[in-house]
Design a protein around this ligand. Structure first.
Ligand code: ACO
Length: 428
């Protein structure tokens, strides 16, 4: 029997349908409620609002569960590869070995970008943040593939845009970094796998040979898997809402990159390292910084702590903490900042303020430490997150489109002035 919910407003009862998900999570469907009652629901920051029904990622923040298309993140991080996970997210099933091989081959054959991109890069000052450069380069592709602007394109053409996007993102990301450090760009080497090719474009120099360390490539692959999707977060919702206006895939993904940039979202990994460096430079007194994070009148927050949906632990943070230890050991790197991070975590987990508010380390708390050990500079951390999140954004955009979802357009409660008459400047 289908469930319903009742809302009583001024003595009048409204019956609303209840939607139940595959894991028995329930939602009151309010889509027709305004038409019936004239009343809207108000939910600042969409803390308790479902914006869609999605079959891509399942997340239970209370239990610390994360699954892509039903597969637990722990198994995927342990056994899969980033390209395989990308295929899974975008097309719904794990690929057969033939499907995976042809997917990888197709991506490899599109890694090169138009030579004009170098001219676009030249136009940026060297101070440009690589996230801004990345989103601009992604948007620029609308000019190179104008047919991708048409809203109702056949499936094969959309698929080609998806392949191009997956193939070119690492090239754009590495070139944004080369721009930053004033080095010539390095072209893709298509004999390398996805992550190794990215590392090659990041770190090779025209005059020197560069060997990709498999430990580094594998660690990067795992990090990208952990970031690959996270259901309706800020950047993904942005991608879906921009895409819902029938803007192109390139435009929607560029918007997602910009949304990810902020320090309360993907920018947190950069903010965590800057915070840890700051604490170290200040003498390493973690207690002092804990006190600042708790003080009501101090805007400082412990970056990498807390999460909108994880109120128990972030399963990705567990995997990453162990990976940080493994990678640092394998590469023989010691990082004093790791000790500060572990000290802060231990203190926070015992501290009433953090315990009461259910604030635990999130995925970004340790990812920056691994990126540093891999030789990735701090300003590139959020770019790495964007590389990882790309298949998730694509999968969500594709799902939104295939379901023919309506344009995203929330309502509001107006709290400004009511109608008043214009007054001439001289009389004000
Ligand atoms: N340090 C100190 N206090 C915190 C922190 C923190 N990192 N996070 C939340 N709080 C406190 C808030 O001050 C608030 O306290 P109050 O109830 O006394 O007012 C309470 O915990 C709830 O915080 P909200 O901001 O309402 O929680 P929300 O769910 O809106 O925010 C967020 C989640 C943005 C992630 C927040 O925890 C935060 O700012 N964390 C630091 C930034 C960060 O690490 N972001 C990365 C998130 S993961 C990702 O995007 C991949």
């Amino acid at each position: 029997m289908s469930q319903t919910a009742q809302i009583i407003i001024n003595g009048k009862t409204f019956e609303l349908p209840v939607t139940v998900g595959s894991a028995d999570e329930e939602a009151i469907d309010i889509s027709k409620f305004r038409g019936q009652s004239g009343v809207i629901t108000l939910d600042r920051g969409f803390k308790n609002t479902g914006s869609c029904e999605s079959a891509i990622t399942f997340l239970n923040g209370e239990k610390g569960i994360l699954r892509y298309r039903g597969y637990p993140i722990e198994q995927l991080a342990d056994k899969s590869t980033f390209l395989e996970v990308s295929y899974l997210l975008i097309y719904g099933e794990l690929p057969t070995s033939t499907e995976l091989e042809s997917f990888a081959k197709e991506i490899t054959s599109h890694t090169l970008v138009n030579e004009d991109i170098k001219k676009i890069l030249d136009g940026f000052p060297s101070l440009a943040h690589p996230m801004g450069v990345l989103s601009s380069l992604v948007t620029s592709q609308t000019a190179y593939y104008p047919q991708s602007l048409l809203p109702n394109r056949p499936e094969e053409e959309i698929n080609l845009s998806i392949i191009r996007l997956l193939a070119k993102m690492p090239t754009f990301a590495a070139w944004a970094y080369k721009k930053k450090i004033g080095h010539p760009v390095i072209y893709p080497n298509n004999s390398l796998d996805y992550c190794s090719n990215f590392l090659h474009m990041m770190f090779a120099l025209p005059a020197d040979s560069y060997e990709v360390d498999p430990v580094v490539a594998n660690a990067l692959d795992k990090l990208l898997i952990l970031h690959a999707d996270h259901e309706q977060n800020c950047s993904t919702s942005t991608v879906r809402i921009v895409g819902s206006s029938q803007a192109s895939l390139w435009a929607s993904i560029a918007a997602g990159i910009n949304a990810l940039w902020g320090p309360l979202h993907g920018g947190a990994n950069q903010a965590v390292i800057e915070m840890l460096e700051g604490i170290k430079a200040d003498g390493g007194d973690t207690k002092k910084w804990m006190a600042k994070a708790k003080a009501k009148d101090d805007p400082f927050r412990l970056m990498g702590f807390g999460h909108r949906v994880y109120k128990n632990f972030d399963p990705r943070a567990r995997i990453i903490k162990k990976a940080a230890d493994d990678v640092l050991n394998q590469l023989g790197v010691t990082d004093p900042v790791l000790d500060i991070a572990k000290g802060l975590e231990e203190e926070a987990l015992r501290d009433d303020y953090f315990v009461e508010r259910k604030l635990y380390p999130n995925v970004d708390f340790y990812s920056g430490i691994i990126y540093r050990a891999l030789g990735i500079p701090t300003e590139m951390f959020t770019v790495m997150f964007a590389l990882g999140r790309l298949p998730g954004w694509i999968a969500q955009w594709k799902e939104m489109r295939e379901k023919g979802e309506p344009i995203g357009r929330p309502r509001q409660i107006y709290v400004g002035e009511n109608e008043r008459d214009y007054v001439d400047t001289a009389k004000r």
